[in-house]
Design a protein around this ligand. Structure first.
Ligand code: TYD
Ligand code: MG
Length: 455
């Protein structure tokens, strides 16, 4: 009998080595290398597929069919995908267990089937009756949505040939396995091999494939990092499990932009779209404004979003003061604090500073700088920013307020939500007559902004 060939494969990033290593040299994670059996037969299969491929043709001769994109029936999902699912593409939906991946895809299946398309939902984690129970809860009933509870990939492949669906949903990639490989389901080799077969199905049979991948840090189940390179689109489903809203965020998209965000609310009867997220994020605000709370007009993709930032500043009882930031980059916070100390004269050397973006959101655009600086400054001086004032602007190291993009959209959103005043960078040129119900206050420097926001 031929000797089995094994390799050590990092379960986090897919790095391969012949010998065991404690630390993965590629991603730097410890104890993630697991020994897996490597088969050679699958390699030969892939060469065969590649040999059968189409002929090269001139770019000018390629015609594009306009119907290659179709709607999922859920507007927020379409927005994140860049206008809908692309026929023959492979999409990865990743997220923590229990966040609602199965729910959104079952709802998507219903919406797609309404348009007369045939969909196959492969449930590798739940039985058909469990899916039916969920479907009843979501009021999903369709005569072209097939549910198939199966983990064996060969059986799944056979059913794809039989049913010829236009959309294939795999829930989840960590639970299915192919008998070509002897590694256990969820191992990097299995995931890679199954995805390879799925890619082949998507491209050759022109079937749109949506794959669910769990994000787990430990254990034998690989995170979908390996998958990210292989698929066309990567979407993350995020949110606080203890709160009802969920965010769909695109991380990679071969057919559109990656900066769109979709917002949903998880209710008893499934996920509901939220077309105006600002209202939702602001409705928990306390009526009596507190020091250190400001509203910033940020941008999520092409959509403006008004969000609350809170700061807490207090005398430290530690040898070195604490700096904690949730939702804002830590180094960005340190930089803003340095500008406050040097340019405004705020002494924070014996003060703990905590900054929190409400709603568990992550804000990575510099346009939030001014808002963070004002939250810290007002809390340190124990004054309140007027509750009907919104703030936006980037902060330079010399304390100057710098221009930002999409200013009109941000002002419009603040005006729509009833804000009376907005502080913006003076270097942004805005036609004030376009905004009748909101006072626009351009500022050049941080100090000026502090004075403007408390009056
Ligand atoms: P699920 O889609 O099973 O998550 P995933 O596939 O990402 O693991 O969703 C599980 C959670 O969603 C569960 O905690 C219950 C909740 N949920 C609702 O609140 N409302 C609903 O209508 C459904 C179907 C689930
Ligand atoms: Mg699930």
């Amino acid at each position: 009998m031929a000797k089995l060939k094994t390799k050590w494969i990092c379960q986090n990033c897919g790095y391969e080595t012949a010998k065991y290593l404690g630390k993965c040299p590629d991603c730097g994670q410890w104890s993630t290398l697991v020994e897996e059996v490597v088969e050679t037969s699958s390699k030969q299969q892939h060469t065969k597929i590649a040999m059968n491929d189409t002929m090269p043709c001139l770019i000018n001769d390629i015609t594009i069919d306009n119907s290659i994109r179709f709607s999922t029936g859920i507007e927020e999902f379409d927005r994140v995908l860049g206008g809908g699912l692309v026929q023959g593409s492979i999409v990865l939906l990743a997220g923590d267990p229990g966040i609602g991946k199965s729910t959104i895809l079952l709802q998507t299946g219903r919406a797609i089937c309404k348009g007369g398309r045939k969909a196959l939902y492969v449930s590798a984690e739940e039985s058909a009756s469990q899916v039916k129970l969920r479907a009843q809860r979501l009021k999903v009933n369709s005569d072209s949505l097939y549910i198939y509870s199966q983990t064996n990939f060969e059986a799944i492949k056979h059913q794809i040939e039989e049913l010829k669906p236009e959309i294939l949903i795999i829930d989840s990639i960590q639970a299915v396995y192919t008998t070509d490989i002897s590694s256990s389901p969820g191992s990097v080799s299995q995931i890679r091999e199954c995805t390879n077969i799925l890619m082949d199905i998507a491209k050759n049979k022109n079937i749109t494939v949506v794959v669910i991948g769990h994000v787990t840090k430990e254990g034998n189940i690989a995170g979908p990092k390996v998958l990210e390179h292989m698929v066309d689109t990567v979407i993350y489903f995020e949110g606080d499990r203890y709160k009802s809203y969920r965010l769909l965020r695109c991380m990679k998209n071969r057919f559109g932009t990656t900066n769109e965000v979709g917002v949903f609310n998880m209710c008893d009867d499934g996920l509901h779209e939220i077309s105006n997220p600002s209202e939702m994020f602001l409705n928990e605000r306390t009526k009596n404004n507190t020091p250190g709370s400001v509203i910033i007009a940020t941008n999520e993709g092409t959509r403006p979003l008004l969000i609350e930032i809170q700061a807490l500043v207090g005398t430290t009882s530690y040898p070195s003061p604490r700096r904690v930031s949730n939702g804002i980059d830590y180094n960005r916070l340190l930089q803003i604090l340095a500008v406050l100390e040097k340019r405004v004269g705020l002494n924070l050397s014996k003060q703990d500073v905590y900054v929190n973006v409400i709603g568990g959101l992550e804000i990575d655009e510099p346009a939030a700088d001014l808002g963070v600086a004002l939250a810290v400054a007002t809390c340190a001086r124990d004054v309140c920013v007027s509750p009907d004032t919104a703030i936006v602007g980037e902060l330079g190291l010399s304390g100057e307020v710098r221009a930002i993009n999409n200013i009109e959209k941000r002002i419009k959103e603040a005006e729509k939500l009833g804000f009376k005043k907005i502080i913006i960078p003076a270097t942004n040129t805005v036609k004030k007559e376009d905004f009748k119900n909101i006072e626009i206050m351009p500022v050049h420097r941080l100090l000026e902004a502090i004075t403007a926001c408390v009056n």
